[in-house]
Design a protein around this ligand. Structure first.
Ligand SMILES: Nc1ncnc2c1ncn2[C@@H]1O[C@H](COP(=O)(O)OP(=O)(O)OP(=O)(O)O)[C@@H](O)[C@H]1O
Ligand SMILES: [Mg+2]
Length: 466
């Protein structure tokens, strides 16, 4: 259940106080990569410490950025534990007169990849044996929603015994488990019915003819994910918590992040589509993004008035998502041709401009006052200079671009009779100038108003809206 800092302390304590035979970790690795014994396991064959290594990954044929999940050391480790727990025997223990449990609950801060780890785990199921059902809890989830979601996945086997459809096993993943509303009596009734299902393996029939009878549901396993309780976030009832093996998820290390986005950019910026000067930008972009992200997270801290100043891996995903959106539309050659810009720049500078734009879009748009925005702009400029000036040989003036990007700049194509031939493709590309993009926005607005006079919108498109 330890966080990164506590893991380091724990490692030190048992090394110094007990002199436990821990893996040998160099001082540099300890300080820089924050490596501890949690990054190792004992190999059952050699009985030696061995480091966790991320599972291998091969790119799917259709690359959808938002669905790409790359195994990391953290995910592989968690995966191993979930698998081991999931394979425990379930006979009733003679001693405790209870069934064994096969359920794991991942607890961790926001954006620590809990959901991603479980989705990755579920993709390894053999569909002939194990089905997967994901249920997202929110403060509005009622017990009936949960019961209906489960009932839609099971079928009658014998009189009052139900099994997952196709007589398989079913893993139910309850995401954001702590979210359900706490009522005036301090109860989370949605979590009570959840507990009943996990603990007593069923719930009561609601249909008229069998109401009040207990409906047994077998062959279920559960996985859960929840945020750390406290700071305005709920906990879950203890009697539900005890049904799970709880595991704390720490934020992914920089090494894991480099690994994730390194792999993704590797498949998107590949030599079949891009030239070497563009491909070499991959490493620079990742390094710069992590440096900026760390600086922002350190400087712009959350306070009660700015409680949303949380910068986690989700922000990184947005920055890279934007870059990949351009890079994936290789057929439009936006990067190579540096389309639309009035002053032509090299593809490398164009990519840096795109990167700066994506960082502004993700980070600066969260900031609430001019002071913070200025702080961010300074950080962005500093990182840009540090990471791209000497290594790529650009000067400051070339680097300090502020480009705008939009994906609605192309026009529909009509033939000479005014019939639509082709809808405009959504190409995410640079805008020639703020004035031009305003013109395009106004033109689209006029076209809309002409088409739907009843729903006419009189909008003033001011700078921030653009
Ligand atoms: N292994 C990975 N490969 C690719 N992207 C990842 C990976 N892990 C995390 N991400 C990115 O990080 C984002 C946040 O991860 P995720 O949604 O799993 O976090 P979470 O812990 O469930 O957060 P929350 O507590 O807010 O629900 C994902 O949207 C995804 O873009
Ligand atoms: Mg989640």
């Amino acid at each position: 259940m330890f966080e990164t800092e506590e893991r380091i302390r724990f490692h030190k304590e048992i090394l110094e106080k007990i002199g436990a035979p821990l893996p040998a970790i160099s001082a540099q690795k300890q300080n820089f990569d924050k490596e501890t014994m949690f990054d190792y396991f004992v190999d059952p064959e050699t009985r030696q410490w061995k480091m966790w290594v991320a599972d291998s990954w091969s790119a799917p044929r259709r690359l959808l950025f938002s669905q790409l999940l790359i195994p990391t050391m953290d995910s592989t480790r968690t995966d191993f534990i979930m698998k081991s727990i999931g394979a425990l025997p379930v006979e009733k223990s003679k001693l405790r007169k209870e069934f064994g449990l096969r359920n794991t609950l991942l607890v961790g801060g926001s954006g620590t990849a809990k959901t991603s780890i479980i989705i990755m785990y579920s993709r390894q199921f053999n569909p002939a044996e194990m089905s997967f059902k994901r249920i997202n809890f929110s403060s509005a989830t009622e017990p009936i929603n949960f019961q209906e979601a489960i009932e839609s996945e099971v079928e009658r086997k014998q009189a009052r015994i139900y099994v997952p459809i196709g007589n398989k096993n079913l893993t139910v993943f309850i995401d954001d488990m702590s979210m359900p509303f706490i009522n005036a009596w301090g109860d989370q009734i949605t979590l009570e019915i959840t507990r009943q299902l996990v603990d007593q393996k069923g719930f009561y029939f609601l249909s008229k003819d069998e109401r009040g009878q207990f409906k047994n549901i077998s062959n279920l396993q559960f996985l859960g994910a929840m945020n750390h309780p406290g700071g305005g976030r709920n906990d879950i009832p203890k009697r539900l918590k005890r049904q799970f093996f709880s595991l704390n998820i720490t934020p992914p290390s920089n090494k894991s992040i480099e690994n994730i986005y390194g792999r993704i950019l590797e498949v998107i910026f590949n030599p079949k589509k891009y030239t070497q000067d563009i491909i070499t930008m991959r490493g620079h972009l990742i390094e710069a993004t992590i440096a900026l992200w760390e600086a922002v997270a350190k400087k712009l801290l959350p306070t009660p008035a700015k409680f949303h100043y949380l910068f986690n891996i989700r922000e990184l995903a947005r920055v890279f998502g934007g870059i990949c959106k351009v890079a994936q539309q290789a057929e439009f050659k936006v990067i190579q041709n540096v389309t639309r810009l009035k002053e032509k720049v090299t593809p490398q500078l164009f990519l840096i401009g795109l990167w700066r734009h994506e960082c502004e879009r993700t980070f600066a748009d969260k900031l609430v006052n001019m002071g913070d925005k200025k702080t961010f702009q300074d950080m962005l400029n500093k990182v840009t200079k540090e990471k791209f000036r000497d290594s790529l040989g650009f000067d400051d003036e070339q680097l300090m671009t502020s480009m705008l990007f939009a994906d609605w700049q192309r026009d529909d194509i009509f033939d000479e009779y005014g019939e639509l031939v082709e809808k405009a493709p959504f190409v995410y590309e640079a805008c020639t100038s703020p004035d031009d993009i305003r013109k395009i926005a106004n033109k689209k607005l006029d076209a809309y108003n002409e088409l739907f006079p009843a729903k006419k919108m009189n909008l003033v498109i001011f700078d921030d809206a653009l």
